[in-house]
Design a protein around this ligand. Structure first.
Ligand code: GCU
Length: 607
């Protein structure tokens, strides 16, 4: 078994490092300097800063990694031709999307260049320094002191670059090109039902480490023995073999020094009969310390097991019903893309108030505060890869992109007890190419992380030619651990009363989660229960749907669509939608609709 874990861990490291520079794990507990704040920006719809007038990239012409916009724009001489100037340009607050900060950029999809200058005193002679982005949507090119550091593709996962070799004490400057144009071959693709918030949308930090440091670790309860804790640790640096690594879990009186192998990897197994297991009712987190003679990092990790048995989901061996809600990553405080601890607290406190022990973070990885807070609050989490609707299934670059985004969120959140499900996709039309794409993603995920469950939000259909029996007719249903599907009977499919006539024929002996159901309602629009967009109509859809779905024998939970009204360019009905998808149980102003209390009562009565 030990051999298996070594292979597993090397896989994790090799894949994450080949995807980008090796992702620094647990940045929130590392020595760091925030670069959050006001950054200069220049809007560049024709990408003049990247291409010459013949649309050839500057980068390939002169020295690699140069672009017209990265020069520090200090007019070197009065004869020099410069047609832009960062220092005289406008600023915006980072982290933060540009759409919700700048009226002129409300619908903007294209390139914006950002610049931040700073001085930096390295704390110790041979320390190393990295720049770390929590996320940037969608395609990001990063330059530092005139050199190209690299590119990241994907709008919802972290990435970092080492800058040690380029760092100066004074006048460092970072230039970042962010392009949020939607493309057919991207992940997600052209069409989504959410706002395409562009920009540097999460925290930016400078992280200083020892020359050889603990860059990654995976410490979890053994999947097959709840009295065992398995761990793999990766060192990063020039001197990583035969290093003494001390692992401590003080409260379990575990303290062990282990020597790293030639790859800088340490594997360990601890036994303890005293582990307090993490659960929704008792979200117990242990302090875990990993240190070498140069570096020390701490984390708070919950130990729990999550499995399926037939149609049950077992948390620590006990059957659990997932009382959930779907959430988009929008700030309930400022609007726009959410990113802060305060945003996460407000959203998860509403979920708790609703009676939830589970949330579906739709349709892409949310910021790290969400999962760390879920760990503390005892909320189980479904995390999702943005393989949404009509992805370019046959495009190899699209698959590599989807796989890399999955690798990055697994790398970031693999030690979070709250995360129990990795979702491969949402509402993707079945086809051979799609089945191959998703099955490969699922196999990759199982290799990266054999400790969690795989699912995807599938679609339902008529059972044979019946008009009153629904089923899941999808080959990918044979691959997932948990069978999940979206259904909108009563909204997109007939009126609320229709739910009374529908029965469900689910042949798979697997746990069933309804990943979406719901209806739109404009807060404070009141009418009879058959008047669409009224709160009463939404309330009726919830009443009828809960009754219908509760009859499904394998039902183990829901995550209705959705906690809060959210912005979408697809929702333009004047006086009702006005750019918002209105299926929230709470309005964008934080006002609860009548259906909120229907679901709350159902969950509070659910044992
Ligand atoms: C779909 C989709 C959501 C969308 C919702 C809706 O199921 O998964 O992203 O917002 O339906 O139409 O409101």
């Amino acid at each position: 078994m030990k051999q298996y874990y070594i292979i597993l861990f090397l896989l994790i490291i090799s894949i994450s490092s080949s995807a980008q520079e090796q992702l620094l794990h647990n940045v929130y507990h590392r020595e760091s300097t925030s670069l959050n704040g006001m950054w200069k920006y220049i809007v560049d719809p024709y990408e003049n800063g990247f291409y010459n007038y013949r649309y050839e990239p500057f980068e390939n012409q002169e020295n690699p990694g140069k672009s017209a916009f990265f020069r520090n724009a200090k007019q070197e001489s009065k004869t020099e031709l410069l047609e832009y100037n960062f220092d005289k340009s406008d600023s915006m607050s980072i982290p933060g999307d540009w759409n919700s900060q700048k009226e002129k950029l409300y619908y903007y999809e294209g390139t914006v260049w950002f610049k931040k200058s700073f001085n930096y005193n390295i704390k110790k002679e041979d320390n190393r320094v990295f720049i770390h982005f929590g996320a940037s949507n969608y395609e990001t090119d990063v330059y530092f002191n005139g050199k190209k550091l690299g590119k990241h593709i994907g709008g919802f996962t972290p990435f970092n670059f080492e800058i040690t070799h380029l760092l100066k004490e004074k006048d460092n400057f970072i230039v970042v090109k962010v392009d949020n144009k939607r493309k057919k071959e991207s992940v997600p693709t052209l069409n989504t039902d959410w706002w395409n918030y562009g920009g540097i949308t999460r925290d930016v930090k400078l992280i200083e480490t020892a020359s050889t440091f603990v860059s990654d670790y995976f410490i979890q309860l053994d999947k097959n023995d709840i009295h065992k804790i398995n761990g793999q640790i990766q060192l990063n640096g020039n001197d990583i073999s035969s290093k003494e690594v001390l692992v401590k879990i003080p409260e379990l009186k575990i303290s062990k020094t282990i020597k790293s192998d030639k790859n800088g990897v340490v594997n360990f197994k601890f036994s303890s009969k005293k582990i307090k297991y993490w659960s929704d009712e008792s979200p117990y987190l242990y302090e875990v310390l990993v240190s070498t003679n140069e570096d020390k990092i701490k984390d708070k990790i919950g130990f729990r097991s999550i499995k399926t048995a037939g149609s049950s989901i077992l948390l620590n061996g006990k059957k659990i019903f997932l009382k959930g809600i779907s959430i988009h990553e929008e700030s309930p405080i400022r609007g726009g893309r959410g990113y802060s601890k305060e945003d996460s607290k407000k959203l998860l406190n509403w979920a708790k108030e609703l009676g939830c022990n589970y949330v579906r973070l739709a349709h892409y990885p949310h910021n790290e505060h969400m999962v760390r807070l879920a760990d503390e609050m005892g909320i189980l989490v479904w995390e999702e890869n943005p393989v949404y609707w009509t992805i370019s299934w046959k495009n190899k670059t699209t698959y590599k992109n989807a796989k890399n985004q999955l690798a990055e969120v697994i790398s970031r959140d693999k030690n979070r007890a709250s995360v129990i499900i990795w979702s491969m996709a949402n509402e993707t039309p079945t086809s051979d190419a799609r089945n191959i794409f998703l099955t490969n993603l699922a196999n990759f995920t199982k290799k990266q992380d054999p400790t969690r469950l795989i699912s995807a939000a599938l679609e339902q259909s008529d059972y044979k030619d019946s008009k009153t029996v629904r089923t899941i007719n999808d080959d990918f249903a044979n691959v997932v651990d948990v069978l999940s599907f979206n259904q909108y009977i009563g909204w997109y499919d007939g009126l609320p009363k229709k739910s009374e006539k529908i029965t469900w024929k689910i042949d798979q002996n697997k746990p069933v989660l309804i990943s979406e159901f719901g209806a739109g309602a404009k807060k404070d629009f009141h009418a009879d229960k058959n008047t669409r967009w009224s709160e009463e109509f939404q309330e009726e859809v919830y009443l009828k749907t809960l009754k219908m779905l509760n009859k499904i024998e394998q039902l183990q939970g829901f995550s209705p669509w959705i906690l809060v009204d959210f912005k979408s360019p697809r929702r333009v009905l004047p006086e009702i939608q006005d750019g918002y998808n209105r299926k929230g149980l709470i309005s964008e102003k934080g006002e609860k609709k009548k259906a909120f209390f229907v679901l709350q009562e159902f969950y509070n009565s659910k044992k």
